[in-house]
Design a protein around this ligand. Sequence first.
Ligand SMILES: [Zn+2]
Length: 146
Amino acid sequence: MPLVLGLEFSGIVTEIGTGVTNVKVGDRVAVEPILYCGHCEFCLRGDYNLCKYTNAGFIGLSDDGGFAEYVVTDVFRVHKLPDNLTLEEGALVEPTAVAIHAVRKSGLRVGQTSAIFGAGPIDWLTNTPCCKKSRCYRNICCRCFP
Ligand SMILES: [Zn+2]
């Protein structure tokens, strides 16, 4: 079944549901695209990427996404953007978070060499700003072409 793509995106809130208090109409928000239930044991301990009910689906890949004119999503997936971030920068919040998480999980220390396999947006975000911040000695970015 066709769907509207758009995995990494931000937008402006145009309508809110009953009981929503963390955002209001007009707020600029980034949307966390990973689909999770929020109630299973993995979600409750913060490991929602391991949710046992959603199988790591994503808005924009397994459900309609950010290229749609409007997106309806759960309030826990919406994060208000600070005033100093543009909507374009807001669309980079999720891939940047993935990159930072990868660098932290790697145990990379100042002066070490890093190798990034891939040359997509997350790979670039991992290789460039994250490694510059941790002051790696060398960064190697590899991409395989079929
Ligand atoms: Zn879950």
